[in-house]
Design a protein around this ligand. Structure first.
Ligand code: HEC
Length: 118
């Protein structure tokens, strides 16, 4: 139940219709890729508290989803590091933004969990 609610919250920012398989993809397209994506704002220290909350919920939702490649346990670890860093940013902890940037390394995560381009 909880998982479903979180997924819906995440997708409210992503796609209007999507299967669980598309959750990570949709979240990426909406919250990571665009120039004004929330994930980019966090890296610049520009995200509002509401944006941080939405991104935390979104990361928790993709954390519960299974990535198309790689180990689920390692995936959960990565997502948890992201959530931890986001919570620090929200708590105005000075280390938060740099921790987030480290945890949010697009290539490091894609190399392990994202399938090769089709
Ligand atoms: C915690 C791991 C993780 C991080 C960090 C991450 N991604 Fe992703 N990303 C994924 C996974 C997993 C997929 C593959 C999803 C799928 O194909 O179902 C993906 C897919 C994508 C896609 C493809 C969506 C599509 O149309 O298929 C884009 C674009 C993307 N990521 C952008 C980014 C950018 C930009 C960053 C860094 C700012 C980033 N991602 C950081 C895990 C991550």
């Amino acid at each position: 139940m909880k998982k479903t609610a979180l997924s819906l919250l995440c997708l409210a920012f992503a796609l209007s219709t999507a299967s669980a398989d598309d959750l990570i993809k949709g979240a990426m397209k909406k919250n990571w890729k665009p120039e004004d994506a929330v994930a980019k704002k966090v890296g610049k220290g520009e995200a509002t508290d509401a944006e941080l909350d939405s991104l935390i919920k979104c990361v928790q939702a993709i954390c519960a989803a299974t990535p198309p490649r790689g180990e689920k346990a390692a995936w959960v670890e990565k997502c948890k590091a992201l959530v931890g860093a986001l919570q620090k940013v929200k708590a105005k902890d000075a280390a938060g933004v740099s921790e987030f940037k480290k945890a949010n390394n697009c290539k490091a995560c894609h190399d392990v969990f994202k399938p090769a381009a089709k």
